[in-house]
Design a protein around this ligand. Structure first.
Ligand SMILES: [Zn+2]
Ligand SMILES: [Zn+2]
Length: 339
């Protein structure tokens, strides 16, 4: 487990197997925290990015002392073409399945249909790419040193970035929202407006300005001569290829608890782990820490998936033997039972 600095000022929480979240816990040091976590052996362990005077009290009495800036990048929020293949619907009754949009009733048996959102290496690669974009904004536009940024695989569908730069610690919700809007490119004027400003510049003029102005003008300066399309389209490309689709609601929440690095994600059995930005980390292989020992499960329905360097499925109303690590997501989605 990887504990943050100032353990004594953090709020901890956990979810026991088969239970609800227990929050507002505090420990004097990482040793005491580890001992309690091992004793409880919960399904999930969380720790606040905020520091409090009294971390164990209810929110309004905690005495907020500041919080690290955090970004959450979830593959679900990033449009990738492969989603058309692995985001599907299935019938709870007869386990028929098909492409989205989900029909209100199963065309075969009139049973209830449910959406299934899959995940793949392409989606997770896109999420990492967006995390690296956030890092670039932080370094280039906010002057954050690379050593102050920690990148984590979340253990499920994306990445977390923790920024250990005290300049951000006291930012309120509004200020954090502005930073999130900035990296998302949400505070930019419409592409039409930007294009009409750029149109007044001499063709091939070099990059200028700061921040987004520089990012857009640099992109345009490099590609505009001989570009096959409108200036507006190029501007939209410049923004689309550099914006980072972070989940703003996570960045702005200053009382949130986050999964502790080095612990397992309760829904996937994958480890939340620190990732070196330039490493060839494989999120469908490296965070697999559970046993490869075969386990027998009866699966109602599960599409093809990759994990631990192997490919499994698709399964429909059958009993199969899978490595233990590959059974967790099927069981936690309620789509199978231990046979
Ligand atoms: Zn059906
Ligand atoms: Zn995908």
């Amino acid at each position: 487990m990887e504990f943050p600095e100032n353990v004594e000022s953090r709020e901890f929480g956990y979810i026991p197997f088969g239970g609800g979240m227990v929050r507002h816990l505090s420990f004097r040091n990482s040793g005491e925290a580890s001992a309690e976590i091992f004793k409880q052996s919960p399904s999930s362990v969380y720790c606040s990015n905020a520091r409090y005077e009294y971390p164990a009290r209810p929110i309004e009495e905690k005495g907020w002392l500041g919080a690290e800036l955090i970004f959450d990048i979830d593959a679900t929020d990033i449009p990738t073409p492969c989603k058309r293949g692995h985001d599907i619907w299935y019938c709870e009754k007869c386990h028929a399945s098909g492409k989205l949009p989900r029909p209100p009733k199963c065309p075969k048996c009139e049973g209830t249909t449910v959406e299934f959102h899959g995940i793949c290496g392409v989606c997770l690669g896109a999420a990492k790419d967006h995390a690296l974009r956030v890092m670039a904004f932080l370094e280039d536009d906010f002057g954050v040193s690379r050593s102050a940024i920690r990148l984590y695989f979340s253990g499920n569908r994306g990445y977390h970035l923790h920024v250990f730069d005290s300049r951000f610690d006291l930012l309120d919700q509004l200020g954090r929202g502005e930073v999130a809007d900035y990296v998302r490119g949400d505070s930019l004027p419409p592409t039409q407006t930007i294009a009409s400003i750029l149109r007044r510049r001499p063709a091939g003029a070099p990059a200028e300005g700061e921040g987004w102005t520089r990012h857009v003008t640099a992109y345009v300066a490099e590609r505009w001569p001989g570009y096959d399309g409108t200036l507006r389209k190029l501007v939209s490309e410049a923004i689309g290829s550099q914006r980072a689709l972070v989940d703003s609601s996570v960045t702005t929440d200053v009382h949130r608890v986050f999964r502790l690095a080095g612990t397992l994600h309760g829904d996937t059995g994958l480890c939340k782990m620190r990732v070196q930005p330039d490493s060839s980390f494989d999120p469908l292989k490296d965070p697999v820490v559970l046993s490869p020992k075969p386990a027998s499960i009866s699966v109602d329905f599960y599409p093809r998936f990759k994990l631990g360097g192997k490919e499994f499925g698709p399964f429909r109303s059958q009993t199969v033997e899978l490595p233990t690590y590959a059974t967790i997501q099927i069981l936690t989605r309620g789509l199978g039972e231990v046979a």
